[in-house]
Write a protein that binds this ligand. Structure first.
Ligand code: NDP
Length: 294
């Protein structure tokens, strides 16, 4: 039977760890949960049958998952656990992290006999609750095969390359979404200024070739309603677009739209607030145009 551990019970980690707890309950294993704010781990244990533990106790696990804001917080918990992990354990980082951090972390853990996979996810808290997250994995394919059965939160798991490739693909994925949302915001703001009804415009755009996840789902549900409900912090999306800009530079690629969108989301995080929902980035587009997208 398997012992799994999950570090970081945030918007994503909470439902992901719940899937692991359901899975280990069915298969006779254990799911240990750790969170900086201990009360969340205690509440998780009561609700899902996981076991709330101190950080040092996660060393009992065969597989350690982490889902923290950035690679910096992952470095901190790895340092705290340095030298205490079991040889043969696998660390799966589901943070949307930095490719160069993954390479450094993998090398450090390898010296201790611990394998590392960068395995960021897409699908949001609802995808985690449904167990349908898309997981993009960098690292040794044989190591991934050994833990595939533990990824109870996943609907689709794709090995995309060597260590760091998962983080690179995730950053580009989120930046493509960010481009689509920003471009749709600009287009709708222009239409609003000409007096077009935006519900009608989106109805036909979504039956046409200009449609995207933001036009079909995000903007109708979050922006037109003026609700901007928090599921993913704007500051984290700005971080992802910054990682993508780093990927572009490291590859000596030419990607002016991606570079610009990283800068625009940084501006939105500064003006609208890093803690707002990511859909609130379009409040900056609204300011730039003197209209509301509603
Ligand atoms: P949240 O802000 O909801 O959760 C952050 C988690 O990290 C909390 O458990 C928090 O603990 C913990 N934490 C923060 N700082 C520290 C620290 N210094 N040391 C230890 N623990 C810390 O973030 P999300 O769950 O939304 O995001 C997590 C990762 O997943 C990010 O990389 C994000 O980009 C990515 N992601 C998010 C998605 C989303 O839709 N929200 C979708 C896909 C990926 P505490 O409870 O104590 O604050």
């Amino acid at each position: 039977s398997r012992t799994l551990a999950f570090l970081g019970l945030g918007a994503m980690g909470w439902p992901m760890a719940a899937q692991l707890a359901r899975h280990t309950t069915e298969t006779g294993g254990r799911t240990l949960v750790w969170n900086r704010t201990r009360e969340k781990a205690d509440a998780h244990a009561r609700e899902f049958g996981s076991e709330a533990v101190e950080l040092s106790a996660v060393t009992a696990a065969d597989v350690i998952f982490s889902c923290l804001p950035t690679s910096t917080e992952v470095d901190d918990v790895m340092l705290a656990l340095d030298g205490k992990l079991r040889e043969g354990a696998v660390w799966i980082d589901c943070t949307s992290g930095q490719p160069e951090a993954a390479r450094r972390q993998a090398a450090g853990l390898a010296q201790r006999g611990v394998a590392f996979l960068d395995a960021p996810v897409s699908g949001g808290p609802m995808g985690a609750e449904a167990g349908t997250l898309a997981v993009m994995v960098g690292g040794d394919a044989a190591v991934l095969e050994g833990v595939r059965g533990d990824l109870a939160f996943a609907g689709k798991v794709v090995h995309v390359g060597a260590t760091g490739a998962g983080f690179a693909v995730k950053a580009i994925n989120n930046t493509l979404m960010a481009v689509n949302m920003w471009a749709a915001g600009e287009g709708l703001a222009a239409l609003a200024r000409t007096g077009v009804d935006l519900h009608a415009a989106l109805e036909v755009i979504n039956a046409g070739s200009g449609r995207s996840y933001p036009t079909e789902t995000l903007i109708p549900q979050r922006v037109l309603t003026r609700e901007f409900p928090l599921t993913f912090q704007l500051g984290l999306l700005a971080k992802d677009a910054g990682i993508a800009a780093g990927v572009v530079q490291d590859a000596r690629a030419s990607a002016p739209v991606l570079m610009q969108v990283a800068s625009l989301y940084r501006a939105a995080a500064h003006t609208v607030g890093a803690g707002a929902d990511y859909s609130a980035a379009l409040r900056l587009v609204e300011q730039m145009n003197g209209v509301e997208i509603k």
